[in-house]
Ligand binder design. Sequence first.
Ligand code: NAD
Length: 340
Amino acid sequence: MTTFGLIGYGKIGERHVEHIIAHPEAQLHSIFDIKADRLNLFRNKYKGIQTYDSLKGILNDPAIDIITICTPNSTHADIAIAAMKAGKHVLVEKPMAISKVDCEGMIHIALKTGKSLFVVKQNRFNPPVQAVKKLVDEKKLGKILSVSVNCYWNRNEWYYKSSDWKGKKAFDGGTLFTQFSHFIDVIYYLLGDMQILHAQMANVSHKGMIEFEDTGIVSFLLKDSHAPGVLHYTTSAFQKNMEGSITIFAENATIKIGGKYLNTIDYQSTNGFDITDLPAGAASNNYGDYEGSMSNHDKVIDNVIQSLNGKVEIMTNAYDGLKTVEIIENIYQVAVHTGS
Ligand SMILES: NC(=O)c1ccc[n+]([C@@H]2O[C@H](COP(=O)([O-])OP(=O)(O)OC[C@H]3O[C@@H](n4cnc5c(N)ncnc54)[C@H](O)[C@@H]3O)[C@@H](O)[C@H]2O)c1
């Protein structure tokens, strides 16, 4: 039995709680949140699970094997480092942190303490992503020729007003960290590292709501294949999420993983290896007023437990988590901001 402690009982924390409780080899031992109302809500819903009102309290609990961190982006590094120093393994929500230096600090402590550090990248488990990963690993696609990534979502005023950290540069980091880091991770997972060439950004429809861009156009070069790539992202799609897709043009196939969150194969023309009989994927994380990525947190929790037991490979290790943060940081570094 793997015993979990959870820090940050917010929107995604609720999902972690449900999936930890549902897993036959997991026990949710305790939780901590800085907000008393969140702790009260938890106590009313779940009886018999310990709650703490301090970080020290939960980290000193000897019964916990692993801490899952579901707090705002900017807090991940300090909490993860404190947890590993207290002798706990760590599962941290995406993004791993909002600077590469912070990720390096986390990895340094993981190596020093011998604790495992897992990062949540649940889109890797999406059936179309797994199907394309298999084709890549089997070298069926041939040379990668180019790639195009479209992230067209909607985040409205209510979304930002109802959060005390989303949209704030110091806590959130930027639209690429909170909304679209999953897509950067999946490009990295499927096609390897990228060199950022140009980036253009603007806040086209969230002025006064967020402290950074809501839209960006990025051009990059895939380091392994030297294939050119383009990423167009926005949270200004009219009224609702429209598309989240990656189209790969390769020597032996053109494949578009699409839907709203990389959940379908929208197009394929292949040299005799069409993807068929995809297992049905999970629905999206639906938060009532807005929609997130595919809800695969059950698979993330299972992977953590089975890899701690030495039965499977870690799906997303800390180095992979760092790479996404590094790529995003590189994009922000070269970005030209245009007014509109
Ligand atoms: N994997 C995904 O698809 C996914 C989806 C949503 C959010 N996330 C990530 O999960 C994290 C949380 O996002 P959310 O939407 O649940 O936010 P949220 O604001 O709904 O929840 C955050 C919770 O953390 C608590 N908190 C804040 N600072 C704390 C601290 N220092 N110590 C303890 N508790 C603290 C808050 O009181 C709140 O209850 C973010 O990093 C976000 O990027 C990932």
